[in-house]
Design a protein around this ligand. Structure first.
Ligand SMILES: *[C@@H]1O[C@H](CO)[C@@H](O)[C@H](O)[C@H]1NC(C)=O
Ligand SMILES: *[C@@H]1O[C@H](CO)[C@@H](O)[C@H](O)[C@H]1NC(C)=O
Ligand SMILES: CC(=O)N[C@H]1CO[C@H](CO)[C@@H](O)[C@@H]1O
Length: 218
């Protein structure tokens, strides 16, 4: 094939990929989700409310005020609020989450195919990390007020590394980030497998073992 043509095809593909990687731009000020519309037609996003009936309540949520239920074998809870639950988020390309980590709590490796994530620790000490496409582990011990970044689509995890329950909030750059979890329903019945994954994380992590001494799966 003509090399110039190949070059233009590559340019075309890479520019259209970069467009697809972000949520669509909004064409109006706001478009709060009308949650009562029966979805007969499937569109990219949610239908908007009638602009004349939009109010400040559409742009306010208290869904992240309360701690999630950490009474589970991972001792953690994650509550993601998307445009489906928080009408004002529709078409803004944002969503927000709250993570509660009890002592020894962890969130298993997972990824968000449509969003990068800013992870802000509100309380406690958290070990947060992600694994890139070269299987290199990037991780940090983050304290209250610190922010860690999980790039789009990469597997990431976090665990409580302190001596008190930890709380973190995340902002994601998609109104519907999606979750691909390797710790899903399959593993919830197989604690041995979880134990193997934790051991694997520890071995990847190598030297700094001190913070892991408290992690155990019951
Ligand atoms: C939401 O959609 C329903 C059904 O189409 C409509 O009756 C209702 O008025 C809409 N609500 C708002 C606030 O626009
Ligand atoms: C990929 O990882 C290997 C070792 O794990 C390292 O030597 C190499 O530099 C890494 N490559 C990139 C591009 O990061
Ligand atoms: C909570 C805790 O023990 N954190 C430690 C984890 O490891 C680093 C590096 O060794 C220490 O600086 C932290 O105090």
């Amino acid at each position: 094939m003509n090399p110039t043509l190949v070059f233009f095809i590559i340019i075309l593909c890479s520019t259209s990929i970069s467009i697809c990687l972000a949520d669509n731009d909004n064409l109006q000020d706001a478009c709060p989700t009308n949650t009562t519309v029966t979805r007969m037609v499937f569109i990219n996003g949610f239908p908007c409310k009638n602009p004349s009936s939009i109010s400040s309540a559409d742009f306010t949520t208290s869904n992240l005020k309360d701690a999630g239920d950490t009474d589970n074998f991972l001792h953690s809870s994650v509550n993601i609020v998307t445009a489906a639950d928080f009408p004002g988020l529709n078409t803004l390309g944002l969503s927000i989450a709250r993570t509660d980590l009890d002592l020894d709590g962890m969130v298993m490796p997972h990824s968000h195919p449509r969003a990068s994530e800013l992870f802000f620790v509100r309380k406690g000490i958290v070990l947060a990390g992600f694994i890139d496409t070269n299987n290199t582990l990037f991780e940090s011990l983050i304290n209250e007020g610190d922010v860690f970044l999980f790039p789009r689509g990469l597997l990431h995890f976090c665990m409580n590394a302190g001596y008190e329950p930890a709380i973190a909030f995340s902002v994601m750059n998609s109104q519907n980030p999606g979750v691909v979890s390797i710790g899903g329903a399959v593993f919830e019945t197989d604690k041995l497998l979880i134990d193997k994954i934790v051991r694997r994380l520890i071995s990847v992590r190598g030297t700094n073992m001190a913070n892991f001494s408290k992690i155990h799966i019951q």
